[in-house]
Design a protein around this ligand. Sequence first.
Ligand SMILES: Cc1ncc(COP(=O)(O)O)c(C=O)c1O
Length: 420
Amino acid sequence: MTHKMAALSVDPDVDVSEMDRTDPLRHLRASFDLPADTIYLCGNSLGPLPGNVGARLADVVQRQWGESLIRSWNAHSWFAMPERLGARLATLIGAQAHEVTVADSTSVNLFKAACCARGLRPQRRRIVTETGNFPTDAYVLQGLAQLLGPGTEYLAVERDRILDAVDADTAVLVLTHVHYKDCAMFDMAEVTRRAQARGALVVWDLSHSVGAVCVDLNACNADFAVGCTYKYLNGGPGAPAFIFAAERHHAAMNPGLVGWWGHEQPFDFAEGYSPAAGMRRTLSGTGPILGFATLDAALDIFDGVDMAAVRAKSLRLSSLFLDLVAEKCAGFGLRAITARDNPQRGSHVALAHADGFAIMQALIRRNVIGDFRAPDVMRFGLTPLYLRYRDVWDAVEALSQVLRHGEWKSAELGRRARVT
Ligand SMILES: Cc1ncc(COP(=O)(O)O)c(C=O)c1O
């Protein structure tokens, strides 16, 4: 198959082989163990296996755990991993090294961040978020509001009315920076500025941003942020998440879910809780050392990588994808819900189709792996570290064939497993 796009009206001069040859990030693909003959468009959900993880895990398991045993907490600095990994991650999100820790899941960290923010605005009742935010965000905030009782109220508002809803009674606005379905991206600086002007604090969920788009939390004067590391950071299934708090909030913040790892002197085994200074107080219990080690190895890939180049390639990949879909897949009932002309988008593309689930299954059968989000959204993650422009070409070619030949119409492909 040729990848020359001479037949296309979108841009007859574009040659994907040439785009790959001149891609400044092309060397990074070799950092991953990608299965042959597979086009992996699901890095926005679970990043692929970095090539260095196996050896790193073997070392931590056999040499550190196996030989050093419990001495590893000191000898291999296991106890400091939440802060050490936080410092590494800080460089990717515009934070200071001491403003980020890595621990727990995104859901748990969101609870802690929202609790910190709510506690810093005791006179205000409301926690505001976007209708259609990722469900865990909504559930965690509903749970927190319930726990805090009648003095706290949860309110979900449509995207275009969000800022109108932030009023004198709003304690905290919780938003996902890049939407998990349509991939639309908030203007973090502007939203933060306007919410803070009304006296509210803002918590950003960066799950679909970190490692994919440029994030500068301190330049945006962000208050709190959380995010997961198993998507664009390739930290592995169930990888520990991160939490950011601006330094100005450290002394007064209370994450609510506290535990001995966040105590100022955990090995005093004191009866009463006394929080550690700074971000250490966001920790609760023993961290997943094997998960930390996997993430540590995965972050090596980002060393020296220019996020502006990642961002530029991401937009180029998604523009190419959308142009090719418009060209090759017209007339089959697909609807692009990620806006081609809006650069305020993250790093995946969402297409809607009434039979989206079965179409995605047919694509996966062809080793083009994306995912599906109910009720009708197919998502294609376009991850600049390991995808080539010709992968985009081949993926859309496969999609057009699935549609043209009605490959998705078998009953078997419509059956849903527990995870879609
Ligand atoms: C915006 C957002 N927040 C949170 C999560 C997941 O949270 P957790 O890792 O706690 O399951 C996801 C997962 O896709 C997500 O898209």
